[in-house]
Write a protein that binds this ligand. Structure first.
Ligand code: SF4
Ligand code: SF4
Length: 82
């Protein structure tokens, strides 16, 4: 999980062109399963909500950035077109 957190930040800050390319192929919507937030201190697991939702970082709004972000999250409502 932590390696995904680090990889995501590398992609976000250093390889943003990849993010934009994958964005075009991204479909679906967030079904609020909370899986992408599990490691975050702002995540309220009990109520399945983000405590700072209104001011959450841009990288959170952009999740999933690439297919790798959700390859182990079966519950995510997003997917990427081949
Ligand atoms: S959306 Fe909120 S809870 Fe989820 S990772 Fe971002 S800040 Fe944390
Ligand atoms: S894993 Fe996907 S569906 Fe679940 S909270 Fe994150 S973006 Fe939303």
């Amino acid at each position: 999980m932590l390696d995904g957190w680090i990889r995501r930040r590398i992609v976000w800050y250093l390889k943003n062109s990849q993010v934009l390319a994958w964005r075009v192929k991204r479909r679906g919507e967030c079904v609020r399963c909370g899986k992408c937030c599990e490691l975050c201190l702002a995540h309220d697991a009990k109520n399945k909500r983000c405590r700072i939702y209104v001011i959450r970082p841009s990288i959170c709004k952009a999740f999933p950035l690439t297919p790798e972000d959700i390859e182990n999250i079966q519950t995510c409502g997003f997917y990427f077109k081949k």
